[in-house]
Write a protein that binds this ligand. Structure first.
Ligand code: UN1
Length: 513
């Protein structure tokens, strides 16, 4: 209800008019174009934001450069303590923030809470990591010499995030960057600016309580021009960008031009292989959640099913039947499985993808449409689709960010399915459902899936934060979140120390004079 949303905004300290640039607790008075955030849930205005300008960007960068000089000197476990407190604060705000994510982005409340949980989890992970930014001890070829490598912070990390995970992706980056000693400048999606403001305010509370200087966490809300300033700026040694392959190529190119580092987490075209021995009890929830969860707007969403011909018809009838039971409506109401798409443009992209499937000769088993009538007034609600296609169709080769699921048949051995699975430009997530050990291991082997994520008897979406997250090929090659993804936020230095009374040269070279 309206009063519920009002109380969420109050709890999160969001006003109806907001500025789009902040150095922490301070908000600049921004004079850029007005961005109005409307909820896809009911079309209502959530709040307005004045976008930031070039001058605001410059002020934020100056503030971050200054903050870096002190932040890098704080011992890493002490920075970890501040990230620990952020995790505690996020636990306190989990419900209102999860609700705002759901309301501004349109994912279900459960998924909104799940997204905040990912933030909490990465904070916990980063706290432990703050005592484990380990380099290695190496053996020098010279007598009485010691060699090791160590990691130092980079400086200002630019974060460009997408609307679909409006808060978690920020935290995957910041929690690691902060314990590494970096400072961050965040450009969130213009489609979800209000959740970004909420996050900045939560972080600012923790930072103020710990006398962390302004500039460690800066936020800038604006259009692609702001992104361009960041990618071209030598003062931003690392740009971490999540979004479409088109956006990522532009970012990667601009950052590479100045030989900066980029961490790209771009589109997926994720497939599930269903082998003859698959346990169909597991397949059904895995596929349906993967394809219609978040209305198909995860980069890990299941786009393609590659099904063995011997069980194809069976899987088809089970799926078609399940899709008929999917309830679509207000994502804050737990009775619904699927909420709206982010906006009307996304609806149009979805509908035109369906037309392209037909034009290329695909067969719609279930054809999605725009929903109208009570509860669907925002114009962003659609029903999901299932289509039988060929993997080679142009439309199948592209990522459509919507609940459009493709069924593709394979015959013979698993190699054929793997070739189809790998036969797209993207390489984010993949999975196989099988009870056959040989098939599972082949799928995970060097001759198997070419994706950054490969699962057995689990769907393509819903990765845990503990693993490195990202993919190959058009997905951009970056890795965020768990495992050793922290290393990209630091610069490595090799150190050699001579504690002898001689100066022997490496490689046995003699240089007498
Ligand atoms: C994204 O869609 O950009 O693995 C991130 C998942 C989530 C993260 C998705 N943990 O589906």
């Amino acid at each position: 209800t309206e009063t519920e949303i009002q109380s969420v905004l109050e709890t999160l300290n969001i006003s109806s008019e907001n500025n789009g640039a902040s150095t922490g607790s301070d908000w600049l008075s921004t004079k850029g174009a007005k961005i109005s955030s409307h909820s896809p849930v009911d079309g209502a205005l959530i709040a307005n934001v004045n976008a930031a300008t070039v001058e605001d960007y410059e002020a934020l960068i100056q503030s971050s450069q200054k903050a870096f000089k002190t932040w890098r000197l704080v011992p890493s476990p002490k920075r970890g303590e501040i990230v620990r407190q952020l995790g505690v604060k996020l636990r306190q705000y989990k419900e209102p923030l999860g609700k705002l994510v759901s309301y501004e982005m349109g994912k279900s409340y459960q998924e909104g809470l799940g997204e905040v949980q990912e933030m909490i989890d990465i904070c916990d992970f980063a706290v432990g990591l703050s005592r484990q930014l380990n380099g290695s001890t190496l053996h020098s070829e010279r007598e009485a010499h010691r060699m090791y490598d160590q990691y130092h912070p980079l400086g200002t990390v630019g974060i460009i995030s997408a609307f679909n995970f409006p808060v978690a992706v920020w935290c995957w980056n910041t929690a690691l960057a902060w314990i590494c000693g970096d400072v961050c400048i965040w450009k969130p999606s213009e489609k979800t600016p209000i959740t970004a403001i909420a996050c900045q305010k939560i972080a600012a509370e923790v930072f103020a309580e710990n006398n962390v200087p302004e500039g460690v966490s800066t936020l800038i809300i604006g259009d692609a021009e702001i992104g361009k300033l960041m990618t071209a700026d030598r003062r931003v040694p690392l740009v971490s960008a999540t979004g479409s392959t088109r956006m990522g190529k532009a970012v990667g190119e601009a950052v590479a031009k100045r030989l900066g580092k980029s961490l790209l987490e771009l589109g997926g075209n994720n497939a599930i292989i269903i082998s003859p021995s698959a346990d169909l009890k597991l397949v059904l929830p895995g596929v349906v959640f993967g394809a219609v969860g978040t209305s198909g707007q995860r980069c890990t969403s299941t786009r393609r099913l590659i099904i063995h011909e011997s069980i194809y018809d069976n899987v088809k009838s089970i799926l078609v039947n399940a899709y008929k039971q999917i309830k679509i409506g207000n994502p804050l109401d737990e009775n619904y499985h699927m909420g709206p798409l982010i906006d009307k443009d996304a609806v149009n992209t979805y509908l035109s993808a369906i037309e392209k499937v037909k034009a290329e000769g695909g067969k719609l088993l279930i054809e999605g449409t725009t929903l109208t009538g009570e509860g669907y007034e925002s114009g962003c609600y659609v029903s999901p689709s299932i289509a039988e296609v060929e993997n080679s169709f142009d439309i199948v080769q592209d990522e459509t960010f919507a609940p459009l699921l493709y069924m593709i048949k394979y015959s013979g051995e698993l190699d054929n399915a793997i070739a189809l699975q790998n036969g797209v430009k993207q390489g984010l997530s993949s999975s196989i459902f099988t009870n056959n050990l040989r098939e599972a291991e082949l799928f995970l082997s060097q001759a198997g899936s070419d994706c950054g994520i490969a699962n057995v008897n689990i769907g393509t979406s819903g990765a845990e934060i503990g693993g490195a997250f990202g993919g190959e090929k058009d997905t951009g090659g970056g890795r965020e979140s768990g495992s050793d993804a922290w290393k990209v936020y630091m610069r490595r230095q090799t150190n050699t120390i001579n504690y002898s009374t001689e100066l022997p040269l490496a490689q046995g070279i003699k240089f007498d004079f």
